[in-house]
Design a protein around this ligand. Structure first.
Ligand code: PEP
Length: 253
């Protein structure tokens, strides 16, 4: 049985004081929840203040990016060990905004995933097609390629060593989420690819959906059997809406 996982991606938002307030709000509302796993991903500059608020709750700390080297002359980069030192247990890797805006490739994603797992962080690997790719019938081809290249040679300690997030690019921040049917079709496909790549444990790895998730659509989105949780952007920036998503996610299934 895969436990539901709800991740809030704060992106490049929140000064430290705001991050502190948001973390406090979330901790007060759902900090003791154990029926789903809860994770928040503040920007690097707020990891420490958020960790100070959530370290004694059930909420986990996640970074939004990582570099693959352990230490050295890599100005501006942050290693997996530094993230662990800052209290992180999780890290988002290969978000479509990083792929599109910062030129992150599958080769870079693969290195980040492997280095994170080696250090003991759990990478949340994001994959997903653009609208153009979907409309030209290439969704499965794109997702398969991102998974196969992003996981090439990666070794897991267990099925909990990694999480996949299916995030159709056309659904991120647009207010147009995928339908449960559209998402489930890809989630099932992802599970089959994982089963092949990791020989028989694809069924145990959590696969999240991301893209315009709100308290209003969370119940629909989580209704299919292969959607194990959500990666939430905009709706995670208000404690009340994120907490509602968490509570509703606990009611289903
Ligand atoms: C995201 O940041 O990964 C995301 C899905 O954003 P939003 O929920 O705002 O679409």
């Amino acid at each position: 049985m895969r436990k539901r996982l709800i991740v809030g991606n704060w992106k490049m938002n929140m000064l430290r004081k705001e991050a502190y307030e948001l973390a406090r709000g979330i901790a007060e509302l759902v900090g003791d929840v154990s029926y789903v796993d809860i994770v928040v991903a503040p920007p690097y500059t707020s990891l420490d203040v958020v960790y100070g608020v959530i370290s004694n709750t059930n909420i986990g700390l996640c970074a939004q990016n990582v570099f693959w080297e352990e230490a050295g002359a890599f100005t501006g980069e942050i290693s997996p060990y530094m993230l662990i030192d800052a209290g992180c247990k999780w890290v988002i890797v290969g978000h479509s905004e990083r792929r599109a805006v910062l030129g992150e490739t599958d080769e870079m994603v693969k290195r980040k995933v492997a280095a994170s797992i080696k250090a003991g962080l759990i990478p949340i690997l994001c994959v997903g097609e653009t609208l153009e790719q979907r409309e030209s019938g290439k969704t499965m081809e794109v997702v398969r390629g991102q998974l196969e290249r992003g996981l090439d040679g990666v070794e897991l300690f267990s099925s909990d060593s990694i999480v996949i997030a299916y995030e159709p690019v056309w659904a991120i921040g647009t207010g147009r989420s995928a339908t449960p049917y559209e998402a489930e079709e890809v989630h099932l496909f992802i599970r089959n690819v994982l089963d092949r790549v990791f020989e028989g444990i694809g069924d145990k790895i959590r696969v999240l959906y991301g893209g315009s998730v709100t308290p209003e659509n969370i119940e629909d989105i989580l209704s299919p059997p292969n959607i194990d949780g959500v990666l939430v952007g905009g709706a995670s920036l208000k404690a009340e809406s994120f907490a509602r998503i968490v509570r509703l996610a606990g009611r289903i299934g």
